[in-house]
Design a protein around this ligand. Structure first.
Ligand SMILES: NC(=O)c1ccc[n+]([C@@H]2O[C@H](COP(=O)([O-])OP(=O)(O)OC[C@H]3O[C@@H](n4cnc5c(N)ncnc54)[C@H](O)[C@@H]3O)[C@@H](O)[C@H]2O)c1
Length: 315
């Protein structure tokens, strides 16, 4: 579909945030293309109307797919912290070399702007809460790979004039969240177990606190990144500025489902922060606000997981 709003390319379009973003951009009237090697994402996640290409971001042949593109959202990554800890080499290949390849293809093809995903994992070693953007203390291989992306983006900006915006997502949640990972994101993991009448697993004490932000709210900021030049060359925390413990989340999901949970406790996972809490002053200064109440976001996420179970996609 031709659109006078400009063409948007999403890497990682078959994943959680990428597929939600694609649906939102199509609804807003953008022409959307997407690439994904389907390593973690699913073809059926990609909304109808997206010009989809099954490709690896590390391939040198990606450049033609960046031609005539106005804005690239670079979301493809190896992003389960446990998987990244187990394979630092592949983490660097995908998250560092793959990202540099995306920046290079964008500059060669004359893309106007690249918006790319970092992570609150960059604050793993910090105990400043809420955490502002300059409080960089990455520890895990995943976090270090995301920090490398920032330095490459800055160098591309300085030496090649590449316009970019870095988005430091906190725990994004909502429908299509990838629950197939080695260790699924905590909300999906609890929903699956409780809906199936099984015992949820808590790693560690359950006191870890996370800043959760609903995917539609994240998409509101994505749209600002396309339109507002004040985002150029900057990094933004994208969270809700509220956090909940793992036990509180289990309690909230259980109440919505009307069940009494009996969790299994396992050893804590390596490489994970104890607390995340975003300082979102910078994003709010651009008239953005996370709007979705936790209970509403949880209900929509539960509806999605329930539908996946009914369809037999979650054994
Ligand atoms: N979801 C979150 O809470 C969260 C938090 C912080 C940062 N992030 C970052 O946001 C981005 C999107 O996250 P998500 O939750 O949608 O993840 P996701 O795993 O659902 O999606 C990532 C997609 O990238 C694809 N991909 C991986 N390697 C690829 C490669 N070499 N070539 C092409 N495609 C490849 C996967 O197949 C997958 O579809 C990632 O960069 C992630 O690190 C996400």
């Amino acid at each position: 579909m031709m659109s006078d709003k400009g063409k948007i390319l999403i890497t990682g379009v078959a994943g959680f945030i990428g597929s939600n973003l694609a649906a939102r951009l199509l609804a807003e009237g953008y022409e959307v293309s997407g690439i994904d090697n389907l390593a973690f994402g699913l073809r059926e996640n990609v909304p109808d109307g997206v010009d989809f290409h099954c490709l690896d971001i590390r391939e040198k042949e990606v450049i033609p797919f960046f031609r005539d593109v106005d804005t690239v959202f670079h979301l493809a990554a190896k992003n389960c912290i446990a998987d990244c800890q187990a394979d630092p080499v592949e983490t660097a290949e995908i998250n560092v070399s793959g990202t540099v390849n995306v920046f290079e293809a964008s500059r060669r093809a004359g893309v106007r702007k690249v918006v790319y995903a970092e992570s609150s994992a960059l604050y793993e070693g910090s105990s400043v809460y809420p955490t502002p953007e300059w409080e960089l203390k990455p520890e895990s291989f995943y976090a270090v790979s995301k920090l490398a992306s920032l330095y490459f983006a800055q160098a591309y900006g300085k030496f090649y004039g590449l316009r970019f915006t870095a988005l430091r997502y906190f725990c994004v949640y909502g429908p299509v969240q990838d629950y197939r990972r080695t260790i699924p994101p905590v909300m999906s993991a609890f929903m699956i177990k409780l809906l199936k009448g099984e015992q949820p697993i808590i790693y560690g004490t359950g006191e870890k606190r996370r800043d959760f932000v609903y995917v539609d709210d994240v998409n509101d900021f994505h749209l600002i990144c396309i339109r507002d030049d004040r985002t150029n060359g900057k990094t933004f925390n994208i969270g809700s500025a509220e956090n909940y413990s793992v036990l509180e989340i289990l309690d909230k999901i259980s109440r919505i489902l009307g069940v009494n949970p009996d969790p299994i406790h396992k050893d804590d996972l390596p490489g994970e922060a104890q607390v995340t809490l975003a300082d979102i002053t910078q994003a709010e200064s651009l008239d953005w606000k996370p709007k979705t109440p936790l209970d509403v976001g949880l209900q929509k996420s539960i509806d999605y997981i329930r539908q996946e179970i009914r369809a037999g996609r979650i054994p």
